[in-house]
Structures are given as C-alpha cells and as structure tokens.
Design a protein around this ligand. Structure first.
Ligand SMILES: NC(=O)c1ccc[n+]([C@@H]2O[C@H](COP(=O)([O-])OP(=O)(O)OC[C@H]3O[C@@H](n4cnc5c(N)ncnc54)[C@H](O)[C@@H]3O)[C@@H](O)[C@H]2O)c1
Length: 433
C-alpha cells in the first residue's frame, strides 16, 4: 500500500516539525484530512497551540477546529509518525552565511524517530543540494538506515506570504519533489489533499530547492534595481514613483517599488544561493550587488531625512523624529530582520531623539530583540520629522492634517517610504523614496 493510501486510511501518521509561520498552517490543513502530530521544540508555543492560539498570530481559534492533531514538544511522539515534514527556520549567521543549526537539529530529531518505510519532506528554504548533501547524511547516520532503500526524502518549498489572506497554502500551486519516482508521486498526491491549486512535480529535489530560492532572489534583485534608481533620481531631483508610473505604461515594464527589504525570506534567501555559488567557485556579482544595495537602504533613508532637516535649518542635536511602523512589512507582527531598525540606528547616530510606534509589533519582543522601547502614544506637536516606514492599515487613511498635528512647527518633514501620500501633501516638506 502506498504511503498516501496509508495516510488517508489513517494507518500512517504525519508529523510536522517546526510549527511557525509555515509549519502550523500546513499541519492544520493536513489535520483536516489525515492524522497529524505537530512537533515544536518550544514547549511554550506548543502549549499555546494546544489552547488553539497561533503564536505567530496568523491563524484564529476556528482554524484549529475539526483537526485531528496532537501538539507535542516530546521527540518520542515522532516515533508514531511515518511521514515527516520539516519546516524549521533557515537563518543566516553574522557573516551572511547559511546557519543550518535549526535544520540539522530538527533532522537529528526526526532521524531519532525514523523507521524503515518512512518519508522526510523538507519545506525550509535552502540552497540547491542542502537536502541531499547536508540533511540525508545526518538522517542516515543517526538512524542507521539507508537513504532510498529504507527511507525516502522529498523537498517541497513553502510559498506563503505572511499577512496574505488570499494566497494561502490551499491556493498556491505547490512545487513537490521526491528522491525517486514513487516517492515523488506519493508526496505529490499527499500535498494534493490540501493544495486545491494542485502541485508541480519538479524533476529532482535540487530543482525544487532552486525554484524556491530563485523566486526570492529574483524579487530581491528587482527591488535592488529600483532602490538604486531611487538613489539616482533623488540626486536628479525627480520622484521615483512618478517615473515608475510613467514607465509602467509599457506592457513589459516590471512593477516593483523602492523600499526596505527585511524579514526572514527575501533579504536572507539570496545569501543561501550566493554561499553555494561561492563554494562552487563563482562569485554571484548581480545577486551580491542587489543584497548590498538593499541592505544599505535603511542608512540611506536616515541620511536623506537628516539632509531634509538641515535644509529646514533644523539642528539634529535638538530634533525629535517619529517613526511609524517597525515590522518588516505591513499588517504583520513579525519584527525579525526589519530594516526599519537601520533607519532608526542611522538617525540615532546623529544624536536625534527617535520615537517608534507600531500597532502590531509586540513591545516586549522589540525590547528583547532591539533594546529599545516602543512609544505607546506619539506626542502631539513634538516632532521635527515623521517617517511613515510601514504602510500598516491604521496608517493608510491618514491625511496631511493628521501629520501636521504631530509636527513641532510648519517646517516639519514627512518621509513617506511607500509613497502612499504622494500628491496629497501641500504644506509639509514631503519626501519619498
Ligand atoms: N514565513 C514565511 O512566510 C515563509 C515563506 C516561505 C518559506 N519560509 C521558510 O520556511 C522555513 C520556516 O520558516 P517560518 O517562518 O515558519 O519560521 P518560524 O520562525 O515562524 O517557525 C519556526 C518554528 O520552528 C521551531 N523550531 C526551531 N528549531 C526547531 C527544531 N530543531 N525542532 C523543532 N522545531 C524547531 C521554532 O520553535 C518555531 O516554532 C524557513 O526556511 C523559511 O525561510 C517561510
């Protein structure tokens, strides 16, 4: 009997290892059809999920209803599962090299529970070759079993977009791959249980790994080009959004906007590819340049705001700035690798007093991660400049009058990183990327 058949007959159980932004939605989606064990090393998060609370704040209690799922922080429980999905973080270290500690740690945990006939499918974003060259040897060594003889492996990248309620696990075509033909088929059919949009069967695990990493690399490089253009246009004295609007009337002009590239996907994944490329003796110049430009944007924004203040005879040493929005993108609570912090650090390097507000970020997480406190309520009439850094929903309806109420005087600067208020600001000094 195939693994797929065993899963739907509930003769086999699925485990999902790592229940974050990626793991929990996929675990719950499967648990509506088959039996699932949701495993995470963080016992506190597991306890929350037992109480139908998503620690990542993406899902609601109703999403846990009707699910055949057991949450556990005990690796012993994984022995009851035969089809393991691994969805743990794949961060970079301070030198921008892949940090495989969580991935290999989770692999060791799964290997300790591995039995003949089991499947292990990775969803974490990695460089091509990581599954077979880095993870499989650990699975073999710890379990004492043989790859493709005793157990099969697959790779199926996750393509969800945090905060996006339209493009979800169910509606995005899922790329799947297996270590041989039968596992590829079994893995595809298993995912088709939950992915209504269907699957794309990649010809190999490496092809599937590469497909994911280039989605985010392509985006990163394209945004970097627009960011570079915005630096050039700033010097020329024209607005980037106005240029993009004009160029965008051509059918094949790609629609990207300037901005800060943060978070733990687009700003991180390209480093996995450049690292692999370097190992193979090729310096990926275009990708590295894109990373360089995007990583420097926070400091660029900070400097531009200081210049605008000097133009208005404002002394940075006596200035106070309000930064609106800290998370890495709009309408999410995730503050990891947010580049708004680079803007704040740049301003602080000029001894400017900076207040930061965010309706979604968790204040204690901000304190823990970045060492400063969020301001609860902005002070009216107190600021020399306001930086609208993240276009959170509560900020989207704000008018010039709202911003004027925050400014110290009529020389206030409004830096609108997303160009939201372009054409609407008549009295304040307006700047956008
Ligand atoms: N968040 C996204 O939108 C997104 C989209 C596509 C791909 N990805 C990729 O998916 C992977 C997971 O990302 P995420 O955003 O879900 O991460 P996350 O940080 O939200 O969650 C990871 C979970 O894994 C747990 N964990 C860490 N080490 C573990 C271990 N050894 N054993 C068991 N559990 C462990 C953590 O406690 C946490 O609950 C990453 O490779 C990421 O690049 C993420």
């Amino acid at each position: 009997m195939s693994m797929y058949q065993k899963l739907i007959d509930k003769e086999a159980t699925m485990s999902v290892v790592g229940l974050g932004y990626v793991g929990l939605p996929i675990a719950l989606a499967f648990a509506k059809h088959i039996r699932v064990i949701g495993f995470d090393i963080n016992a506190e998060r597991v306890e929350m999920m037992r109480n139908q609370i998503d620690p990542s704040e993406e899902l609601e209690a109703k999403d846990f209803e009707g699910c055949d799922i057991t949450f556990s922080a005990d690796p012993e429980d994984l022995k009851r599962a035969q089809f393991h999905i691994v969805a743990v973080p794949t961060p970079i270290n301070p030198s921008n090299h892949p940090d495989l500690k969580p991935l290999l740690g989770a692999t060791r945990t799964v290997a300790g529970a591995l039995k003949p006939g089991d499947y292990v499918v990775y969803e974490s974003t990695v460089y091509p070759g990581c599954t077979e060259d880095d993870c499989v040897p650990v699975l073999e060594e710890v379990s004492g079993l043989s790859f493709n003889k005793d157990f099969k492996v697959g790779y199926s990248p996750e393509r969800i977009n945090p905060g996006d309620k339209v493009n979800t696990v169910e509606t995005i075509v899922k790329v799947v791959s297996g270590s041989d033909e039968s596992s590829s088929e079994d893995i595809a059919k298993t995912y088709e249980l939950v992915v209504k949009a269907g699957t794309h069967r990649a010809s190999s695990i490496k092809v599937a790994e590469a497909s994911k990493i280039i989605e985010n690399t392509q985006r990163d490089v394209n945004i970097a080009l627009i960011n570079e253009l915005s630096i050039i246009f700033d010097r020329i004295g024209i607005n980037t959004y106005e240029v993009l609007e004009a160029a965008g009337t051509k059918w094949n002009f790609l629609k990207f906007s300037p901005g800060l590239v943060g978070g733990h996907c687009i700003g991180i994944d390209p480093y996995y590819l450049t690292w692999k490329s370097n190992k193979l003796g090729y310096n990926a110049r275009v990708i590295n340049s894109g990373r360089h430009v995007n990583d420097a944007m926070g400091a660029h924004v900070g400097k531009q705001v200081v210049k605008k203040m000097l133009e208005q005879d404002k002394n940075p040493l006596e200035s106070r700035i309000l930064v609106m929005g800290l998370t890495f993108k709009e309408d999410v609570a995730d503050i990891r690798n947010t580049k708004v912090v680079d803007v704040i650090r740049e301003l602080q390097s000029y001894s400017i007093a900076v207040d930061v507000i965010d309706p979604f970020a968790n204040p204690s997480e901000v304190g823990h991660e970045y060492g400063f406190d969020l301001t609860e309520k902005p002070a009216e009439g107190a600021y020399d400049a306001v930086i609208l850094a993240v276009s959170h929903e509560p900020y989207r309806g704000m008018t010039e009058t709202d911003f004027e109420a925050l400014m110290k005087d009529d020389k206030g600067i409004l830096a609108d990183l997303k160009g939201l208020l372009r054409g609407q600001i008549k009295r304040l000094n307006y700047w956008s990327l």
